[in-house]
Design a protein around this ligand. Sequence first.
Ligand code: GLP
Length: 236
Amino acid sequence: MELYIVKDNIEGAQKGYEVIKAALESNTLKTIGLATGSTPLTLYDRIVNSDLDFSNVTSVNLDEYVGIPGTHPQSYRYFMNENLFNAKPFKQSFVPDGMNADEAAVSKEYEAIIEANPLDIQVLGIGSNGHIGFNEPGSSFDSITRKVALTKETIEANSRFFETIDEVPKYAYSMGIKDILGAKKILLFAYGASKADAIQRLFEGEVTEALPASALKNHKNVIVIVDEAAASKLSK
Ligand code: GLP
């Protein structure tokens, strides 16, 4: 993994933007995997305020809450439309359908999408417990798209976006770790002190399913961009 420590999420976004721009300009970006959460917001803002053209690029999002429609302001489909797609249209944009209760059908459809659109770059944030996408601790490194139960920690972290904690969905559809590792290049961003433990464990701990992000150590092309707060527990 290649580590860049940046001043803040603006500098981090610029670094990520440059990687994506270079891939676009060299015609090697056909499909990009995208993430939600607060972390990629500055990257999306940087892209929106650029002249980059994604009309020939397919996007595939990592995950979606189960049980809320794409019109719900906290759904990840809505988030993507608001923060990126409305301003920067893609050729096609896939987000799992959180209203489809048929887990097997969602999984089959999403795996077919990823197979037909191999990920050139996957953008990732990281949960404070080391989750990537919604692959919570204990997820198999061989996992594919499936329905997952969110941990108490994740539900609490995400409750800030909902009026009450009871409204936070308890399940999500998530691409699996195997799907993520299938990307040619992975760009992981982490900002803020709440990510410092996860980043320390990622760089200084072992590869273990207890820390889903540690699977990235098995990948040969990973760029990790962290701000100083997220890097604060690294020993060197
Ligand atoms: C969420 C998302 C992840 C995201 C993570 C961190 O639950 N499913 O894709 O990376 O948690 O979120 P944030 O960037 O808001 O800290």
